[in-house]
Design a binder for this molecule. Structure first.
Ligand code: ADP
Ligand code: MG
Length: 729
């Protein structure tokens, strides 16, 4: 154990002293060995075929077309941007304080500059001999002795050497694969690969972007900066808004749209049981409900009913802000399946949420004579066996559960509809497993009949309380149909949000005491500490103890993720029934928990939560008719983004507005969660900055698939050939 570690410690200095590229072009390595090494390194960069090198585009550019005088550079001429200087070596020496380093001083007619190298090999001191002329490239910082560059890239001039004519591209790379070699490989690919356009001019010209060959040429070989307007062009290249970049981004977005829309069309070509409107159960539920559906709920239900009435699998996303009433729409869809003699499964990401759905479905469906089964990982073996048997025999037409429903042991008699709540919390694999649930059951009855098997694919209704901006939806949900419930049920009083510094905690405590004394209930949310689930738990336990002491007259409960499921369920049930006044909880209550009498919420360390999370949490109150308050306790000093987040949540209760702000603050990656995990969705396009291109690609994809499928195929081959597909579900 000790020896290899000691070895590892000793080696970095030795290897780091060499420029990275050296190890690859090591002449001692046999050619074949070298080949495989490069191949492995390229694969790490996602480069699998020669053409991928054409699309291996620079991360940024460095400007080596100009020399800045040392005087200007030291006076802040580069202001944070790397610059190039040229000068004669005055002297070079090894220094030992504060740590071993090589320091070279160079000068020109305008000033002196220190170059520092912390990792160097002894011969470097000889290269940097007094009197040599250097070109050095790097960022100038002001050090103790004046201007200095740390680890600049440099080379010794051997005579008059012309400056490069164009910006130097800097490519994404990996350990051991240096820029010069990568550049050479890319050059080779550019001259050997066909760069003909996949798209007719009519598709891209209206966007004001060049042909494909021109676009890659400009991006890999940016033009010289001497021409008028070139400075401007260089800036456009750097920030990727240049027409050449826009062409590449459009191509990428188009490939994404094509692949998702093909997926969409393929699904529409498959078969599923048509769930006809037989009226009985859905009508009866509507009559039994103590409320009327809102216009938005009616619209969403009509869209779903139309889809599942057709003999093709529906994949519809039902989006609606917290409290907008998605559950009842889901129940109607489930009843339509039951009306047609088929089963419906309802899946939720957490035990608490699944249990709540179970109660709701049971409350609504039992009076109609429809049995609802319940399946989670925490059941006893006996309970579980009974549930599985009832599901397999078809005795229970509706099943509610957690991830447990995805397991192989769960066999439906005839699954017609799968409902997935908070769909972004489930992975793609789980939804694929779901699709097979319908097939398997049938396959056992008629193992030889492939057609029958496919006939049984269930419809899928996905639900999300995370509203998503349109551009994003167009991009990531291009393979789905989307219904939006954009209206809250009437009679809700909007939640009042207060921002209160932690120093005024006593006031907050008094306020909660008053509210609970008046018969209202409250949540007290403890923050998530990212690095440590254990600490989280401790915080919740401590807070619970402190509040129990503070409110001897109140019944204080505690819910957190580590609680045994039965205990957690008991706590939640107690809160729902009013046996608990104040519920101390971690974010386990974030999703979907519905207790209308709970009108007060305190969120501790609100500055640590994300926007979407705060919005979800706040959505737990304001569900009844009592005036509701959400107090965001924060602890200063606040970071810039924390301040912005709190401002957004304070000023807005509109889920879509909050989603837009969240997207702007966090970027789309984090925002989409599980749906996007795995391969990166887009390498070049930015869903926020390139909105207009997303829309253009969306339209172009539909047109090509309708009118020119051969072009669509060619375009996809160029962008996807060899690489993993764009994510879909
Ligand atoms: P979410 O969309 O967040 O899942 P729910 O389905 O839990 O919302 O609904 C929130 C609450 O509103 C529930 O108590 C539900 O019974 C009630 N509700 C749903 N639709 C209506 C309506 N049209 N009128 C009045 N209350 C409704
Ligand atoms: Mg819900």
């Amino acid at each position: 154990m000790a020896t290899p570690r000691a070895k590892k410690k000793a080696s970095p200095r030795a290897t780091a002293a060499r420029p990275a590229a050296k190890s690859v072009s090591n002449p001692a390595a046999a050619p074949a060995e070298r080949k495989t090494l490069i191949t492995t390194q390229l694969e790490r960069l996602g480069v699998r075929r020669d053409f991928d090198l054409v699309l291996h585009l620079p991360l940024r550019y460095e400007d080596e077309t100009r020399i800045m005088t040392i005087g200007d550079a030291c006076a802040g001429g580069g202001s944070g941007v790397p610059v190039q200087v040229e000068g004669r070596v005055i002297d070079t020496e090894v220094m030992y304080r504060p740590r071993r380093q090589l320091v070279t001083r160079i000068e020109d007619d305008t000033g002196t500059l220190h170059l520092r190298f912390f990792n160097f090999y002894p011969s470097q001191a000889k290269v940097l001999a007094t009197g040599a002329t250097l070109r050095a490239f790097g960022e100038v910082k002001s050090g103790f002795f004046g201007g200095e560059m740390i680890h600049p890239r440099f080379h010794v001039l051997r005579g008059a050497e012309p400056l490069p004519q164009s910006l130097t591209p800097v490519y994404p790379t990996t350990a051991g694969l240096g820029q010069p070699l990568l550049r050479k490989l890319i050059e080779r690919a550019l001259s050997s690969q066909p760069l003909d356009d996949t798209l007719p001019e009519a598709v891209f010209a209206p966007l004001g972007v060049p042909g494909f060959a021109t676009a890659v040429d400009v991006i890999h070989h940016p033009r010289a900066l001497t021409a008028a307007g070139a400075q401007h062009e260089a800036r456009l290249l750097q920030d990727r808004s240049h027409p050449a970049w826009r062409r590449i981004k459009f191509d990428e977005l188009l490939a994404q749209q094509l692949s998702m829309r093909i997926h969409y069309r393929q699904r529409r070509a498959r078969t599923a049981p048509a769930l006809a409107d037989r009226g009985a159960l859905t009508e009866r539920l509507l009559k039994l409900l103590p409320f009327e559906l809102t216009g938005a709920q009616q619209r969403a239900w009509a869209e779903i009913a139309r889809d599942i009435g057709a003999a093709h699998p529906m994949h519809r996303l039902l989006q609606g802000d917290v409290g907008s009433g998605k559950t009842v729409v889901a129940a109607l869809a489930a009843l339509r399946a039951v009306d047609n003699g088929l089963q419906a499964a309802v899946m939720a990401p957490t035990e608490i949420l699944a249990e709540q759905h179970y109660r709701k479905f049971h409350e609504w469906l039992a009076p109609l004579g429809v049995n609802v089964a319940w399946l989670t990982g925490s059941q006893t073996k006996v309970e579980r066996r009974a549930a599985l048997a009832a599901i397999a025999s078809g005795d229970t037409p509706v099943v509610v559960g957690t991830h447990a429903l995805f397991q192989d042991t769960v066999q439906f008699k005839a699954l017609g509809l799968a409902i997935v709540d908070e769909q972004h919390r489930f992975g793609v694999a789980q939804r694929l497993a779901l699709r097979k649930k319908g097939r398997k059951a049938k396959a056992e009855e008629a193992p030889a009949d492939e057609a029958l098997e496919i006939l049984n694919e269930p419809h899928q209704l996905m639900m999300s309380a995370t509203p998503i901006p349109r551009t994003l939806s167009m991009s990531v949900y291009a393979d789905l149909d989307v219904s939006v419930i954009d209206e809250l049920p009437p009679g809700r009083t909007p939640v009042v949000t207060k921002l209160i510094a932690d120093g005024r905690r006593a006031e907050v405590v008094a306020r909660i005491r008053d509210a609970c004394r008046e018969g209202r209930q409250a949540y007290w949310v403890c923050p998530l500490i990212e690095e440590s689930e254990t600490l989280d738990l401790q915080t919740a336990i401590d807070t619970h103890a402190a509040l129990t002491a503070e409110f001897p007259e109140l019944r204080v409960g505690l819910a957190h993720g580590r609680l045994a499921p039965a205990d957690k369920a008991a706590v939640m049930a107690g809160f729902k029934e009013g046996a608990i006044d104040l519920l101390v909880a971690t974010t386990v209550i974030e999703v979907g928990v519905d207790v209308p009498n709970a009108s007060q919420m305190v969120i501790e360390h609100a500055e640590r939560f994300g926007l979407a999370q705060l919005h979800q949490l706040r959505g737990r109150v304001g569900r009844g008719s009592a005036e509701s308050t959400c107090i965001l306790l924060y602890q200063g000093p606040l970071s810039q983004t924390a301040r912005q987040r709190l401002k957004v949540i304070y000023e807005s209760t509109d889920g879509f507005a909050i989603a837009e702000a969240d997207l702007a603050l966090r970027g789309p990656g984090e925002y989409l969660g599980a749906r996007q995990s795995g391969a990166p969705l887009l390498r070049f396009a930015d869903l926020l900055e390139d909105k207009s291109l997303v829309e253009a690609a969306h339209e172009a994809a539909e047109q090509l698939l309708d009118n020119d499928p051969e072009t669509a195929r060619r375009h996809l081959e160029r962008w996807l050939g060899g690489r993993s597909e764009f994510m879909k579900a």
